[in-house]
Design a protein around this ligand. Structure first.
Ligand code: SIN
Length: 297
């Protein structure tokens, strides 16, 4: 059974689906996928079918030396679902390609995009399924991205904390994220605010996971503010301070990373100032609202 064999880059060996070469980055999360060329106008369904289980198993897939056009990049996203438009690009005033979210930091940057542990756009009623970031410009060194596995984050909490989190929901608010970058939310703009379970289940695998993040989650419903902040801080530190939940991805121009936004968080490390780093992200719409996980007995 042949996978996509229409790549035309010399030196790229395109394998069969059975030959898809998947090399885990850490036991917790992430894998490098070798031997595929995603810069094609028509993606082979069998190749996508072969990538999908690896995506569900490893949550973050890294493809090296990929140089797709924007349309080819979007087509890869469309192989997993409809394309998502970031809330800041939904206004009729937005000029540019709404389906491409540019991440860029340079000498003038005050705060890099994604420079804290987060999942993308969890303020949406149905948060994105995943994202595919293609790095176009890399700094001479640094600029890695850390990824963490939210299933493991949940499973490594103690049973009493898991029981306490089970019935809770939290507020996810885009305005918190905007303010962090120094932007004042616009009264005439629809900034999504939604409540999601603190512990949800992956819609495809049913595995429970921790679903709060520092960028978008503002409070846990029903708790006093000091209780909510203390509990969120405990959970954020649990995610950030445990390398056993994480992997680290090093980028070069042409590195393309597909992550499952439903069960991971990431942190774009800003250790390369004043150098320049740029990438283009295609984000895939989610299909269902996060559902509460059964509370452990
Ligand atoms: C992001 O999507 O949050 C940015 C990730 C990165 O720049 O590595």
């Amino acid at each position: 059974m042949l996978a996509h064999l229409t790549g035309d880059r010399p030196g790229v060996t395109l394998g069969t689906v059975q030959d898809l070469d998947i090399d885990p980055i850490s036991p917790a999360i992430g894998a490098e996928v070798r031997g595929v060329d995603l810069a094609v106008d028509r993606l082979d369904g069998e190749l996508i079918d072969a990538i999908r289980p690896a995506f569900l198993d490893h949550h973050v897939l890294v493809f090296r030396d990929q140089h797709p056009t924007r349309e080819q990049h979007k087509n890869l996203g469309r192989a997993f679902g409809s394309l998502h438009v970031h809330p800041s690009q939904r206004s009729p005033r937005f000029r540019g390609d709404r389906e491409i979210f540019v991440v860029e930091s340079g000498p003038e940057t005050r705060l890099n995009n994604g420079g804290l542990w987060h999942a993308d756009v969890t303020c949406d009623e149905v948060p994105p399924l995943g994202s595919i970031l293609l790095l176009t410009d890399a700094p001479p060194n640094g600029g890695d991205t850390l990824f963490a596995n939210m299933h493991l984050a949940y499973e490594t909490l103690s049973q009493p904390i898991r029981r306490m989190l089970g019935p809770l929901t939290a507020v996810h608010d885009q305005r918190q994220d905007l303010r962090r970058y120094g932007y004042e939310p616009r009264p005439d703009h629809d900034h999504p605010v939604n409540h999601h379970p603190v512990v949800t289940v992956h819609p495809e695998t049913g595995r429970p996971l921790l679903f709060v993040n520092r960028a978008f989650t503002t409070a846990i419903d029903g708790l006093a503010e000091h209780e909510s902040q203390a509990l969120l801080e405990l959970l954020y530190r649990h995610i950030a301070e445990q390398p056993r939940l994480q992997c680290r991805v090093r980028w070069e121009p042409g590195t393309m990373v597909l992550w499952d936004n439903r069960c991971t968080q990431h942190h774009a490390v800003w250790d390369y100032h004043p150098h320049h780093r740029r990438g283009e992200r295609v984000t895939i719409e989610g299909t269902v609202r996060p559902a509460p996980a059964p509370t452990p007995s």
